[in-house]
Design a protein. Structure first.
Length: 329
């Protein structure tokens, strides 16, 4: 896979051809998983993984640089000129020659505030990303897959209302989907306790049925739009529902093959219009089981920044949930 030489920019210059290379950004804790998933990796520099494999159904990438350029530059002002010509806003991904990188950054247009409130009210403007690979080598891409740099929404946290930090995972999933439950929507939250996700759903005006064998935190159970069903998520038969629900969410802690059965059962029933489901991984990342989720037509599996050893299943998959290497989105 990756060898020691692969971290040398000179090696990179020889192997990197923008049209044939894809640039993936790894979350620091999931660099190994990303390389294992890509299989074919030509270089790793910091969190940047370069591969000839343009993988649209990539799970473990925090972001993908869609139009990467690798250029030689002599002076700070030359690098600034190159970036200014290529785009308006630039985010520095600092991996090498960080002081020099910061000098370039200081000359570029000030970025808009990157700390977002949930739900996002305004579109995040197009922001390119750049890194120095050595003193004179700049890698950059004006076009990227995810809206926020490094794929991280950096939400202003709500430390008061939700009972735990799981709400951040759902905030990220919904922001990425760019589609939110709206007032009057119906939702089922499987494995809901203590109630972080149910809190988010009701905060958007959805009527939530929270399902868990364990109770919700009291303040969540008392919310007017939340009702609680004390039972196993697996015992629910979607066919018994009179009408389809708008949102099926599941964060049940269980083996991934049980989650796969549950997902297949709900899709076959046609009783859930949108699904956001956590796939809890066990031990070594099981790519075989992930591939089974990925093989479901019109679905997408993404390791979110807020996911730990887990991934998130989206159904149906909106086109922007996948990196568009052809630049058509
Ligand atoms: C990670 S926690 C969910 C956190 C929740 N999403 C939140 O935002 O607070 C996993 C939950 O799955 C529940 N669980 C495990 N097996 C279950 C089952 N068979 N049916 C329903 N819930 C189950 C556990 O009781 C636990 O509350």
């Amino acid at each position: 896979m990756t060898d020691k030489n692969a971290t040398e920019p000179s090696f990179l210059k020889e192997t990197f051809t923008p049209a044939q290379s894809a640039v993936y950004i790894a979350h620091p804790d999931f660099l190994e998983a990303l390389c294992a998933e890509l299989q074919d990796v030509s270089a790793v520099v910091g969190n940047i993984v370069i591969s000839p494999h343009k993988k649209r159904d990539i799970c473990f990438a925090a972001d993908v640089w869609l139009e990467p350029h690798l250029v030689h530059f002599e002076s700070i002002s030359e690098a600034v000129k190159i970036l200014r010509r290529a785009g308006k806003y630039w985010f520095l991904n600092p991996i090498e020659n960080v002081r020099r990188s910061r000098l370039i950054e200081a000359e570029l247009k000030k970025l808009p505030d990157l700390n977002h409130r949930f739900p996002l009210k305004d579109e995040i403007p197009a922001i390119g990303c750049f890194s120095l690979l050595d003193k004179n080598t700049l890698i950059y891409s004006a076009k990227r897959w995810k809206k926020p740099p490094l794929g991280d929404y950096l939400f202003q946290e709500d430390k008061k209302n939700p009972p735990n930090r799981a709400y951040l995972k759902l905030w990220e999933a919904l922001a990425l989907l760019n589609h939110y439950p709206k007032p009057g929507d119906t939702a089922m939250d499987l494995g809901a306790s203590p109630g972080g996700w149910s809190y988010v759903l009701q905060s958007l005006g959805a009527k939530v049925t929270a399902v868990d064998k364990a109770p919700l935190e009291q303040k969540i159970a008392a919310l007017p739009l939340v009702s609680f069903l004390k039972q196993s998520a697996f015992a629910l038969d979607p066919h018994t529902l009179e009408n389809p629900i708008d949102w099926l969410l599941c964060d049940v802690a269980c083996y991934p093959n049980r989650t796969l059965d549950l997902v297949q059962k709900w899709i076959a029933s046609g009783k859930a219009k949108n699904m956001i489901i956590t796939i809890k991984l066990q031990g070594d990342t099981d790519f075989e089981i992930l591939e089974k989720f990925q093989a479901i037509p019109n679905a997408r599996v993404i390791h979110l920044i807020q996911n730990k050893h887990e991934a998130t299943f989206f159904y149906p998959a909106a086109p922007h949930l996948s990196p568009d290497f052809a630049g058509e989105i």
